[in-house]
Design a protein around this ligand. Sequence first.
Ligand code: PMP
Length: 404
Amino acid sequence: MLKVENIRKDFPILSRHVNGKPLVYFDNAATSQTPQQVIDAIVDYYSNYNANIHRGVHTLSQEATDKYEAARQTIQNHFNAKHAHEIIFTSGTTHSINLVANGFSALLKKGDEVIVSTLEHHSNIVPWQMLCERTGAILKVIPMNVEGELVMSDYDALLSNKTKLVFVNHISNALGTINPIKEIIDKAHNVGAAVLVDGAQACPHVKTDVQALDVDFYVASAHKMCGPTGVGVLYGKEVWLNKLPPYQGGGEMIAEVTFKKTTYAELPHKFEAGTPNICGGIAFGAAINYMDNIGFDAIASYENELLDYGTQKLLEIEGLKIYGTSKHKTSVISFNLEGIHPYDVGTILDKMGIAVRTGHHCAQPIMDFYKIPGTIRASFAFYNTKTEIDALVEGVKKAKMMLS
Ligand code: PMP
């Protein structure tokens, strides 16, 4: 059982006030908060062993290299990758997707088909549209239904031997829907297509086993799971990472450079040009250790309680509509008040110290489907409480009164 009062003590920011009110932080799907253990790892790095990695003979460089590579192993173990060199450090999910999309330029030809879903974040749409423009490949889209779920029978119909690649998210950032990714992966593999799963929203809620899923690429951002911004991961099966050409050229990613020809380093360095976010990588490892210590089963069952409680309480407000009503969802509640713009509600909530996100959540196709400009999104983490949800519900009621 998760002891939320103890957990909250790990997060210094949770005791601050905003606009004279105790902070209620419900923008976790945008970025999560940072526990002291991760802050300490950052301070420790800059206080004690800040140095460039991999190429130094001196002690600080070796210490930094050891810690950075240990973080890679922590990430490997967490996602159950077969090899540490299948874990590529990136600046985040967006970077990871662009790296793969760029690599597929060399592997696709005109008329090949790639499949995306309506439920995607723009980060998992735009790089592939750019890929299609470069190669002449055709983008097909899995539709969604009114509950915010993918229409799997339509997915079946889109798949063919022309399909080369499928990219879907594990969990939708705008609605919280958990997609049936194992089924999506298996069906794609049946026609010989590779699959990239965007795990940006799943990583704070679910412990993903990339080997059990048999996924070809899995991507995530540290800042969604208690780590710092500007660092993330690309998991790729060794066979795929060897097939893809490097994304960026520079130091670290080479075996040998002459003006005649440059040869590339082995994995993972082939994809890690330049000085990486060393401190960020190490802090990412600390964040994963922190969350794994709490345990993802405990996190999921507590967050489900918050989701059920929040859903029930919010639905008691007349004129409030929730978007994304699948039974398979995480602790995200996207909603609107009838006749009121989401931005206005968000602004009033902020005056009460309550942080929510308003707008299209970088998922415009979903908003177009519902024919709305955006939603108010409250996304809960394992350090939130029912008391905070009560404050949100009161805040929404007040906002409704003021704006009606
Ligand atoms: N995909 C999803 C589902 C997301 O929620 C996000 C972040 N909102 C991203 C991709 C992009 O992540 P980042 O900005 O860390 O690259």
